[in-house]
Ligand binder design. Structure first.
Ligand SMILES: *Cc1c(COP(=O)(O)O)cnc(C)c1O
Length: 393
């Protein structure tokens, strides 16, 4: 079905789905590693590009393609590339866009392994990188070098909830011919469409909001142009960070409810944020929906909602945060985010443990920071859970 002129919620359900020969109402799972050629010539045509028929699942598969087309439609891009995980997407992007001697500028408080992969591994192959607070565009300008090729942004960033003005960042990047990549995991395309703001490549850990049910790991990249799409697909196919057909089926099922899940979680997140902001034991809170967030106005302009991720610190610091995490019953003490269940975790001890103390301080990942992902349970229950745990602090 051509969903181009249909609404976003309709696209969630129908974009990318194709007419199945058997009349299946949902996209079937093609659980196969390889596809039969009709003749030797047909096999040769598939490899030379004369035919677009399927060859081998690492290269392409109908179930995986249905998901890729779906996410590409949601992000308004040329094409989608599904990967084994969000990090499978990051690897393919770095591999495709950087070479020995090239330089990348990244948001300092990015997802820990996105930074670790560059600093610990790509650095061994001569790729340079700088980490700056991209919420101030002047920092991006100051970091640009003659060999800078990529500007890599996470907004809102993990876990500091800092925003980067994408239109302003794109303007600077285009003056220097940089490719702009955005990790859109925290917002999902329901709240933010970076390609519409001039960004070149967007990707998601679909493990989070897009799948939304904490039952698979996966990634999807969407490139704005055919050229970037081909480069990144080539890298993904050669690295072998492809998605599996069953995994794709799960994500196709999960993404259909993205809009209603995000709406509900956001509504609750606002209430949880107000509750925390007024709690006497809370030292500080960062949620883009609160007027106290330094970039509340930018969030209103750049995003169509404030999401359901909250960062906060308790007056009692790290020890108080640990007591809180050890005493919640409904919220699950676990990493990850964006699922139907409420999760709580401690970035300095967990997701960002591999980042050095000095770099954590520079990126604003303080010792007391607690990250909270609001789920879609009854909000009264989420708040009551926090309330009884905070009483023990
Ligand atoms: C989880 C996450 C990733 C990595 O994704 P995986 O699916 O865990 O490999 C990348 N970026 C952000 C913002 C994330 O939250």
């Amino acid at each position: 079905m051509d969903t181009k002129n249909l609404g976003f919620d309709t696209k969630l359900i129908h974009a990318g789905a194709y007419e199945d020969e058997m009349g299946s109402a949902t996209v079937p799972i093609y659980q196969t590693s390889t596809f039969k050629f009709k003749s030797a010539q047909h096999g040769a045509d598939c490899f030379s590009g004369k035919s677009n028929d399927y060859i081998y699942t690492r290269i392409g598969n109908p179930t995986i393609k249905a998901l890729e087309d779906n996410i590409a439609a949601l992000e308004n891009g040329f094409g989608g590339i599904a990967t084994s995980s969000g990090m499978g997407a990051v690897s393919a992007i770095y591999f495709a866009l950087l070479s020995q001697g090239s330089h990348m500028i990244s948001t300092a408080s990015v997802y820990g392994p996105s930074r670790g992969l560059m600093e610990q591994d790509f650095s061994r192959f001569g790729v340079e990188s700088s980490y700056v607070d991209t919420s101030d565009i002047e920092n991006i300008k100051a970091a640009i070098k003659p060999n800078t090729k990529v500007l890599y942004i996470e907004t809102p960033s993990n876990p500091t909830m800092q925003l980067t003005d994408l239109k302003a960042a794109v303007k600077v990047a285009k003056e220097h011919n940089l490719i702009v990549v955005v990790d859109n995991t925290f917002s999902s395309p329901y709240l933010q469409k970076p390609l519409d703001l001039g960004v070149d490549v967007v990707f998601h850990s679909v493990t989070k909001f897009i799948n939304g049910h904490a039952d698979i790991v996966g990634g999807v990249i969407v490139a704005k142009t055919e050229d970037l799409y081909k480069k990144i697909r080539h890298a993904m196919v050669y690295i072998g960070s492809n998605m599996d057909p069953h995994q794709a089926f799960m994500v196709i099922r999960g993404v259909k409810t993205l809009a209603i899940r995000v709406e509900r979680a956001m509504e609750s997140a606002m209430k949880v944020a107000v509750y925390l902001e007024n709690h006497p034991k809370v030292a500080w809170i960062k949620y883009p929906g609160l007027k106290s967030h330094p970039q509340h106005e930018l969030a209103k302009e750049q995003m169509s909602g404030f999401g359901s991720m909250i960062s906060f610190g308790l007056k009692g610091g790290l020890e108080a945060g640990k007591t809180l995490m050890d005493n919640v019953h409904l919220a699950i003490l676990a990493v990850s985010l964006g699922g139907v269940e409420t999760l709580i975790q401690h970035p300095a001890l967990m997701t960002h443990a591999a980042v050095s103390k000095e770099d954590k301080d520079k990126a604003g990942i303080t010792e007391d920071l607690v990250r909270f992902s609001v789920g879609i349970e009854n909000v009264e229950d989420i708040i009551a859970d926090l309330d009884q745990a905070l009483a023990k602090v």
